[in-house]
Design a protein around this ligand. Structure first.
Ligand code: S3P
Length: 258
């Protein structure tokens, strides 16, 4: 019977080969990235990922390991996406826009597609203060909230390669935008008041909309903020009547162009 050392040597040998092949694969991924950029081909192709899954299953000699193979390739494809994003977007992707423009859902979708980290400025505020946004507004008022918002943004100064979803009022303070632009590209998710009315009809988490949730009220706030969003955005995406997947894909395309 083999002894433990012998079996371990087999494993060590496998690991050596795996690491060599892994490195080779990652280099090929980067070569593909360069080729696609040069020839202006779409970078992220989910169909190709499905093909890879199918192909590697055919290479498998023992069906008993098919679950493990799937798990492995799930990770490998994630790592490939992450590596590509690291090269393509060595900055933060900052989402700004009115309440209900889809910053959170689009941000989460982008973070899956690009395998990038996701963070929301409102989430940082809630985590640091231990109470909800509604509670902060009720107990301390908007001015205090804006101070906490600025602090949250300052805390992101060393963050890179991350999707940052900002509260809708982040543009009210031009220093916020300067700080965010220092290490990020700013994407304005544009939305009409009609669409906001539709999207947020069952939502009462926005203190500023408590008394303004009518077409007139929303249009009024939006009108005041439009020039600020316009100035802040490096990229503008119209979100009306579009689903999250489509918006996320448009953002990736536009970011690759700029
Ligand atoms: C605000 C938007 C909210 C939140 C706060 C104030 C605003 O975030 O930061 O209620 O001034 O527009 P969402 O835009 O994510 O709803």
């Amino acid at each position: 019977m083999e002894n433990l050392e012998d079996i371990r040597n087999i494993i060590d040998d496998c690991d050596k080969k795996l690491v060599e092949v892994f490195e080779q694969r990652l280099k090929a991924v980067l070569n593909i990235l360069e080729y696609k950029r040069k020839h202006k081909l779409p970078i992220f192709q989910p169909e190709r990922e499905q093909d890879v899954f199918k192909k590697v299953n055919l290479f498998l000699k023992h069906d008993e390991f098919s679950d493990e193979l799937e798990l492995l390739y799930h990770q490998i494809l994630k790592i490939s996406r992450k590596l590509q994003s690291k090269y393509l977007f060595p900055f933060n992707i900052v989402l700004v826009g009115f309440m209900g423009s889809g910053k959170t859902s689009v941000g989460i979708k982008l973070s899956t597609l690009l395998e990038m980290n996701y963070i929301g400025t409102d989430d940082i505020i809630v985590k640091n203060s231990g109470i909800s946004i509604n509670e902060i507004f009720n107990a301390y008022g908007e001015a205090k909230f804006r101070k906490l918002e600025r602090k949250a943004i300052e805390s992101l100064k060393d963050t890179r390669n991350t999707i940052i979803s900002c509260g809708g009022g982040v543009v009210l303070d031009s220093t916020n935008i300067e700080l965010l632009r220092d290490n990020g590209k700013i994407v304005w998710l544009k939305v009409s008041p009609e669409e906001v009315l539709d999207r947020l009809s069952n939502d009462n988490s926005r203190p500023l909309l408590k008394d303004s949730f009518t077409l007139k009220g929303l249009s009024e706030i939006l009108k005041n903020r439009l020039p600020l969003y316009e100035n802040a955005g490096d990229i503008i995406i119209d979100t009306d009547k579009k689903d999250v997947q489509k918006i996320a894909r448009e953002i990736i395309e536009k970011l690759l162009e700029c």
